[in-house]
Write a protein that binds this ligand. Structure first.
Ligand SMILES: Cc1ncc(COP(=O)(O)O)c(C=O)c1O
Length: 400
């Protein structure tokens, strides 16, 4: 009899974390590797936020907090939703978790069971389907198209809904494509959900602040207030505030669901770290100016990477409106032969070839549910990105 449960055997370890780990291993072994796999800003956490953590530690805020998070942080989150999204929540409708990932995990564990279907547009963030499977639910994947900017439309959503549908999981701006839904596009999707009262919406807004070219972010409940009682709005400080290691995510939604999520959290991590919670209060309440500054750096890098990738033979890359990823098609490389004589059969082969021949670590598209593509995170120093793109161009030229 195996020690490992059958439940665990149904899921995969996170592919993005695996690629980052492999790149770190190769680097440690002395190989010249450029890691473009990791989804975290290379900027440091702003000083005022670090300072708030130090002050909290000195003031003895080093003990257990309430399960859903300190009242101070939940109030700061309510103020954020009011200020930035025009949404009213009370602290009992808020849960703070150890990162956005745990927010999603808590929500799915609290609400999904055997037989429940969860609609997930592909390409998706790698953890969505596996978390649903862990909860014994069934992911229902809607495939998007490169030519539609990797977004689903109302007809596709309508066709995917069944009496068993529990959730639609939406992520805009998206990891891995950077695609962001405009207000009218969200409205069309919300109109479908209004017709199906048993379907709940989980909107993952973690890249809310990372948008370009004047794109106006809107969260679905802003667009359709009638979805307020059926929506869980997820967010966190990891991406906008360069705080990935602090592990703070949060969500807002119906009290009944938040209570269920608190029950799950009370039997797992209890709550997010007290010191990180104090830092998150400062992140949300403090000066926000650096977000704009970081975004202008990200935008320059995005433009550089898109342009250099489009100059690579066999690669085609859209210009995304948000997040810090591009998701180029490598359809033009499939079927080509490497200098070692290997035929590239799929995007996993392409990613392996880029790593082995040029030391560039990217994540293959299959991990995100849409092939043949790969994901590059451009949250890396500009000179490193130039070098990486030059290597990718060389790798393409070397194919026959
Ligand atoms: C779409 C999306 N949601 C949620 C998360 C979770 O973020 P964290 O758990 O680091 O706060 C990530 C991180 O990569 C993400 O890309």
């Amino acid at each position: 009899m195996s020690l490992i449960s059958t439940r665990l055997n149904r899921i995969k370890p996170s592919a993005t974390m695996a690629v980052t780990g492999r790149a770190q291993e190769l680097k440690a072994a002395g190989v010249d590797v450029i890691g473009l796999g990791s989804g975290e800003p290379d900027f440091d956490t702003p000083e005022n936020i670090k300072e708030a953590a130090i002050v909290a530690m000195r003031a003895g805020q080093t003990k257990y907090t309430q399960v859903p998070g300190t009242l101070e942080l939940r109030e700061a989150i309510c103020a954020k939703f009011k200020r930035e999204n025009g949404l009213n929540y009370s602290p009992t409708q808020i849960q703070v978790a150890c990162g956005g990932k745990q927010s999603i995990y808590n929500a799915i564990m609290a609400s999904v069971g055997e037989g429940d279907e969860v609609i997930i547009p592909a390409p998706y963030w790698v953890s969505y389907p596996d978390i649903v499977i862990l909860a014994e639910g069934t992911p229902i994947i809607i495939q998007t198209k490169h030519e539609n900017g990797f977004k689903i439309n109302a007809e596709q959503l309508e066709a995917a809904i069944t009496p068993k549908t529990k959730w639609l999981m939406l992520n805009s701006p998206s990891n891995p494509t950077g695609a962001a839904y405009a207000k009218e596009e969200l409205k069309a999707l919300m109109n479908v959900l209004l017709r199906h009262e048993h379907v709940f919406l989980m909107t993952d807004d973690i890249y809310e602040h990372v948008v370009y070219d004047g794109f106006e972010f809107t969260t679905p409940v802003q667009v359709e207030p009638k979805m307020y009682d059926r929506t869980l709005t997820l967010n966190g400080v990891s991406k906008a505030y360069a705080m990935t290691g602090w592990r703070i995510g949060y969500s807002a939604g119906p009290e009944e669901l938040i209570k269920g999520m608190n029950k799950v959290q009370s039997q797992s991590t209890s709550h997010a770290a007290s010191i990180s919670q104090a830092a998150a209060v400062e992140a949300l309440n403090g000066p926000q100016g650096f977000i704009e500054k970081n975004n202008s750096v990200f935008k320059e890098r995005r433009d550089l990477v898109v342009s250099m990738l489009n100059q690579s033979e066999g690669i085609e890359c859209l210009t995304p409106q948000g997040a810090f990823y591009v998701y180029p098609s490598c359809a033009g490389l499939i079927g080509k032969k490497t200098p070692e004589g290997k035929i590239l059969e799929n995007d996993f082969d392409v990613a392996t070839y880029l790593l082995e021949s040029q030391g560039v670590a990217v994540v293959f598209g299959e991990a995100f549910g849409l092939s043949p593509f790969f994901r590059i995170s451009y949250a890396t120093a500009t000179d490193v990105l130039v070098e990486a793109c030059e290597r990718i161009q060389r790798a393409c030229i070397n194919l026959k």
